[in-house]
Design a protein around this ligand. Structure first.
Ligand SMILES: [Zn+2]
Length: 167
């Protein structure tokens, strides 16, 4: 599928937000964080995997996660979001691209994520098939302002670089 005019690199960015509600698991980067509140959504609501998936789709100019995995589709109800990410990476590979690096930020007031940094980063690096030094996960709070700061939501942002893979 790779044409001779394909650019050597492509950049993509993704953003996602989910509401925090009682009685739902808090899953970030495939890691379940002990918490009395979790993220509401049709799938497992893994806001980090969703942002990275959207960044990959964006780099390919293939629309957004909602177009590929509609939340009206029973196939994706409570789906593990790693499936979305793997699918986006497959679309990249089919077009001759491999992920070069990922940078991401999770915005959450509480619980504090510091002790899960290693696990989240390691799991994301496994999910995307990159060495750890090509995968970054940063944490921020909302400084008690806005929906994140008031503890109503969790957001994630991601940037990715895709590089044309050698034939
Ligand atoms: Zn989402």
């Amino acid at each position: 599928m790779a044409g001779s005019s394909m650019p050597p690199v492509r950049i993509g960015q993704g953003w996602d937000t989910h509401r925090l509600v009682p009685g739902r698991p808090l899953i970030l980067g495939g890691i379940q964080i002990p918490s009395e509140i979790g993220l509401s959504g049709h799938s497992d609501a893994d806001v980090l995997f969703h942002a990275v998936t959207d960044a990959v789709l964006g780099a390919l100019a293939l629309g957004d996660i909602g177009m590929h995995f509609p939340d009206t589709d029973p196939e994706w109800k409570d789906a593990g979001s790693i499936q979305f990410l793997k699918h986006a990476l497959k679309l990249a590979a089919q077009r001759g691209y491999a992920l070069a690096n990922v940078d991401s930020t999770i915005l959450l007031e509480r619980p504090k994520l510091k002790e899960f940094r290693g696990a989240i980063r390691e799991n994301l690096s496994c999910a995307v098939g990159l060495p750890l030094d090509c995968v970054s996960v940063k944490f921020k709070t909302g400084e008690r302002v806005g929906p994140v700061g008031e503890g109503l939501s969790c957001e994630a942002q991601a940037a990715v670089l895709l590089a044309a893979s050698p034939k």
